[in-house]
Design a protein around this ligand. Sequence first.
Ligand SMILES: NC(=O)c1ccc[n+]([C@@H]2O[C@H](COP(=O)([O-])OP(=O)(O)OC[C@H]3O[C@@H](n4cnc5c(N)ncnc54)[C@H](O)[C@@H]3O)[C@@H](O)[C@H]2O)c1
Length: 338
Amino acid sequence: MTHSSPAPLRAAVLGLGMMGRHHARILQALPGVTFAGAVDPAGDRHDAVRDPALVFPTLEALLEAGPLDMAVVALPTEEHLPAALALASADVNMLIEKPLAASTEDAELIIAAVRRRGLAAAVGHVERFNPSLLALREKLGEGLLGDVFLVATERVGPFPERIRDVGVVKDLATHDLDIVSWVAGAPIATVAAQTAHRTGRPHEDLVLVNGRLTTDVPFNTIVDWLTPTKTRRTRVLGDRGMLVAETVTADLTFYENGRITSDWGSSQALRGVTEGDATRYALARSEPIRSELEAFRDLVAGDPDAPVVTLAQGLAAVQAAEAVLESARSGQSVQVAP
Ligand SMILES: NC(=O)c1ccc[n+]([C@@H]2O[C@H](COP(=O)([O-])OP(=O)(O)OC[C@H]3O[C@@H](n4cnc5c(N)ncnc54)[C@H](O)[C@@H]3O)[C@@H](O)[C@H]2O)c1
């Protein structure tokens, strides 16, 4: 008897902007998947789709061309809810770009619709697939740092003109709020935040957050659209030293606590009173969006252990973002989880 492999999954992308073009590029070559098409009323401005006949102006037109097994929602954040509801009514499994939605209300409506139709769904928190953060989490799991004292993240850079519907808290800090909780393995308990509006847009373009996880580990995060240079860094400080993940270059470095003291005064002034070894790990690097799409494909194909970011985790990031905005407005510390 011959074993036949399952039929490829018909996959689509909604939105061919900065993010959707990458999803389209990868889905056109992903094993186990047939690329069914993309939807963008503005067309394929980045030449992401090889066959122009597969670019549709509306979801209805794409669905008329054939049924879909899975779709990636890579639309402006305010559009996630209507797109997710339309996909749910057509029984299409969905990977929704982060943040899951523009508000917790929208996110809860998406979750209810997905549950009602019994669909598979995930959120595009792509940083969780970055080789540097995957390795950092693995090292923490092995106990490399011992007790964790602090998680600190920095995500700064110039303003991307195209983002108009949400501010830097929902657009970018949702990455950090997800990362701190994921790497340290505990929900966010409280946040205290400051925001600034410096570019004249209706939404904030800078945020500083101090917070605490339910395990009492403190965290801080700085995120902005004002800095001329781009940094995406996660730093975990612990009993035995510090791990630093740079997600732009996908590098992970371990700085051991100082063991060596030096009697050369100038050296002490430069390096501190003691010095420890620094190790930059060699990592098996896979493109994060590809790993994310592979995980989602596997979930849709029926693997319940596929390592996707769940809708509940996407909702938690939106809830934490709303607590950050409330704290910045009120000047009070805000509780996120009990
Ligand atoms: N995971 C990440 O690191 C990451 C990075 C960037 C953006 N994103 C997320 O991806 C989403 C899209 O962001 P972007 O930067 O690609 O935006 P973008 O503005 O570059 O692209 C959005 C595209 O959607 C199209 N569009 C708008 N309404 C539509 C509709 N109803 N149907 C079909 N197409 C429609 C627009 O024409 C545009 O081409 C956002 O939710 C954003 O937060 C995630």
